[in-house]
Design a protein. Sequence first.
Length: 210
Amino acid sequence: MKKNKNGLLVGVTGGIATGKSTVSKLLKVKGAELIDFDILAREVVEKGKPALTQIADFFGNDVICDDGTLSRKKLSDIVFNDVNKRKKLESITHPAIFAAFNEKVKIIKNEKSDAIIQAEIPLLIELKLMHMFDKVIVVYVPENEQIKRLVNRDGISESEAVRILKSQLPIDEKKDVADFVFDNQGTYSEAELKVNVLWDYLVKANKGKG
């Protein structure tokens, strides 16, 4: 998808337990439209959707529940340790997700041509989607803070949290490609204040495109 000449497309990403959703919701309160790629990923494989049919054709009906919906657990178990099958799944779902994203952007732009539209995408940098956006925001906390938050949030051991982090691109590498790094180490109230600075940055960037 090409960047918009009018309005601003913003990619919001970060690492696990950095608080991406918190920042996205605060930006929404300020006036930024929000498109959540995790929600899109669920919507495109709903019952009756073409992507679900393609998944069943390739992976078999074992990944389909009795009610005709996708068994995410069974599908996840299949693709987790099989790179080729994971890539096959992505080849089915990603085009559908991007098509849904483009449609949502089009609808928003038709209603407000100069809208600031944010897309929350956990794997934005891993998938090399930076070119799609006018600005990329990385929500950041240091790895040791990610570990603490994961342990507290998910009730897992520190070693399990470390294992999860090692399976992802290090947060410091993500920070290096950001247009704006949102340091989210503080309290929620501090995040609210910092969002004001980020919003001013985005509004100025949007006006600068005119």
